[in-house]
Structures are given as C-alpha cells and as structure tokens.
Ligand binder design. Sequence first.
Ligand SMILES: Nc1ncnc2c1ncn2[C@@H]1O[C@H](COP(=O)(O)OP(=O)(O)OP(=O)(O)O)[C@@H](O)[C@H]1O
Length: 256
Amino acid sequence: MNNTLVAQNIEKYYSGKEKVLHQVSITIRSGESVGLIGESGCGKSTLARCLLLTQNIDSGSIVYQGTPVRATDRSSFKKYKGSIQAVFQNPTAALNPRIHLLNSLMEPLDHLNRRGWFYIKKNQHQRKEVAAQLLELVGLGPDLMNRYPHELSGGQKQRLCIARAISVEPNLIIMDEPTSNLDALIQSEILDLLRALQKRLDFSYLFISHDLPVVQQMCDRILVMRKGQIVDEYMKEELFDTMRHPYTQQLAKWYD
Ligand SMILES: Nc1ncnc2c1ncn2[C@@H]1O[C@H](COP(=O)(O)OP(=O)(O)OP(=O)(O)O)[C@@H](O)[C@H]1O
C-alpha cells in the first residue's frame, strides 16, 4: 500500500508574529527515515505540530495515501490520525503524573477504539498482556505498568512513550528531539532502540533535531530548515558535496 505523506506549501503564522513556515513542502515515503535539521526557532516543531494536526495550518495541503487530509472530512482525518504518532523531547510532560503507566501506555489504543480493541480494553487480563508485550518491545519489564511516571528515570519514561507510539502500529512516527533531554549513554541506547524498532515494525519516521551528527546517524534523507523554509535536501552520504547549500555546509563544518 502507498503510505506516502505529501505535505505541500505549508504556511503558518502565530497571531501577532511574522510567518513561521514559508511554503514548506515535504514528502515521507513508506519505510523512510527522514531528518529535519535547523537552528533553534527555525520552525521545526511548528511543522511537526502541523503534520500531526495538533495545530492548524494557514495554507497548504496534506495528502496521505493519495487522499487529502482535512479536519472537516472525518474519514480521512481519522485514518490519518490513526496512522501517525509522535515521540517528543520531554517524556515527563508527555505522561500524566496522576495516572498509572498502564493507562498512559494504552491511551492511543483506547482512544482509537479499533475493532477488536473495544473488547480487549474491557478485559483487564488481556489488556495487561498487551501492555507487557509493548513494554518488552522497548526493553522494559512488565512491573512498570503498575507505577506512576515519577517512579521512572528519564530514559525509562522515553521508552514508555515509544511503546505508546508503536502500540497502534503507525505508518509514520514524528520524533521531535526525542533524545535531547537524555545523557549521552541513554541517548545512544534510545537511538539504537528506535532504529531496531523501525527495522522490526517497518514504520517511517521524521526525526527532528538540531544535532547534525545524530541526524546523520538516524536518517537516510535529510531536510535542512532555515527561518521557516526548507533550504536544502540531501541523501546522508551527500553531506560533504560541494553543491550543498551554504547553511548546510556551515552545519557540516561543526560536524567534520
Ligand atoms: N504557540 C506559539 N505561539 C506563538 N509563537 C510560537 C508558538 N510556538 C512557536 N512559536 C514561535 O515560532 C517560531 C518557531 O518555533 P519552533 O518551536 O517551531 O522552532 P524550532 O525550530 O522547533 O525550535 P527548537 O529547536 O528550539 O525547538 C519561534 O519564533 C517561536 O517563538
């Protein structure tokens, strides 16, 4: 099936501010690992929120599997929302401190209410079995589901957020600086986990970061954003080509 996401000419303003996204176009094909790099404040997270439909776009279009996605069209909207998940920078903020991790983990499945899950969610035993399998996939033990977020380390919380994202078998995961709050060792473990899960589960991802070495490690194709515009796009082995945009060359110098 063609799981390609095509976003075209996306524009975004925040009230009282200059335009944040200028005619941004991005295509993510099935199974691809695409990087989005650029300095702080250039609009990376804004684009992520627009693609996730948690923020309105002012103009432009999003087409998924050949169908335009619009909030007014319930069927395309629901199909798209069920295919895309996110992992954010701050796992503590992503988890409700007052609810058991079992329920946090099951949120996307409970929310989507797919056929089959409707019955499982009423059966506490089956629900816990699914939770344990998800936790195992991200290297966590089943006992964690009975705890609260404050009882976990930052790395464990991020693993749990990854388990939550993969629970609905998404075609695409938007990863917005998923390791920048973690120390170097845990960061490298989480990056390895994400790569291994991608191989195993075959989702595509958009990996957002301002850290070029990390993006080089994680992505095959990389987009470079500057002041709300995509100014360069390259395959990772082309980073040092002389035809790179001067801004990419500047980023590459820090990497070299
Ligand atoms: N909700 C908001 N309301 C108003 N302005 C915002 C909002 N969110 C972001 N901005 C502004 O939009 C611009 C782009 O912010 P954004 O967070 O998308 O950049 P970024 O590239 O993700 O930055 P960082 O790497 O630091 O996370 C910034 O000038 C920011 O101040």
